[in-house]
Design a protein around this ligand. Sequence first.
Ligand code: GDP
Length: 296
Amino acid sequence: MVLAQLGGSISRAIQQMSNATVIDEKALNDCLNEITRALLQSDVQFKLVRDMQTNIKKIVNLDDLAAGHNKRKIIQQAIFNELCKMLDPGKPSFAPKKGKTNVVMFVGLQGSGKTTTCTKYAYYHQKKGWKPALVCADTFRAGAFDQLKQNATKAKIPFYGSYTESDPVKIAVEGVERFKDENCDLIIVDTSGRHKQEASLFEEMRQVSEATRPDLVIFVMDSSIGQAAFDQAQAFKQSVAVGAVIITKMDGHAKGGGALSAVAATKSPVIFIGTGEHMDEFEVFDVKPFVSRLLG
Ligand code: GDP
């Protein structure tokens, strides 16, 4: 179910409940079942949906709602709050400080949009007066350096990489050192992705992370991966200290569920979403407007 449909289904379920003459246990259950169905179809992990349903029932005690209270509003508010809670891990991610040295490492599976997102992130900050730089520590995928180089050149962002060096740790360290010397304040390290969550990918990631000591590790996830989102995000979190999430490909047929699952699995907030292939198709992620949109 694509995002707009998910929002439509949720608001329809609430609307149907409001149309009921009496909002009793049954009307509430029907509404929650509809919402549950919509969230599951949108690839939110089953456990998360079940927890949400339990929480709402705990909060909304129909017997305690005195006559005259707007039950629909109270239930709607509870649903809004629960969805916000699912997207808010409770603590903000590390915020890079302009003018200081910040090292940000990007991780994710191959094809997730990692390299594209590195440039978008750099470009976004450059427009705000930062001095970003890109380091290509992806020595696994042929063409990764060329892709980063092309993107970086287009955006006039300094970059570092090698056609011959095969040790990602060496490149990452050299790149970070060079850009520290050049007083760049946002040094972005793009790492290798693989098609699957292989042990060798995680080992390489761990080594790059240990050698460059990033201030922030950003996990990049393709929004269209469906129910696999939770396990994938968790596997990355277990290997490296993921501190924030960026969800890509939210344009087109994006489902909202992956975002909820990634937050739950990494206990880190979504900070941006990718909404297209172009450099400026990149938006700051904000929980409340996102949920408001969902609820229509
Ligand atoms: P990597 O292997 O993870 O580094 O992935 P790439 O950055 O090479 O991206 C893989 C493909 O996804 C490319 O064709 C990108 O143009 C595309 N892509 C990346 N982000 C987005 C996005 O937000 N929306 C869309 N529609 N395509 C994207």
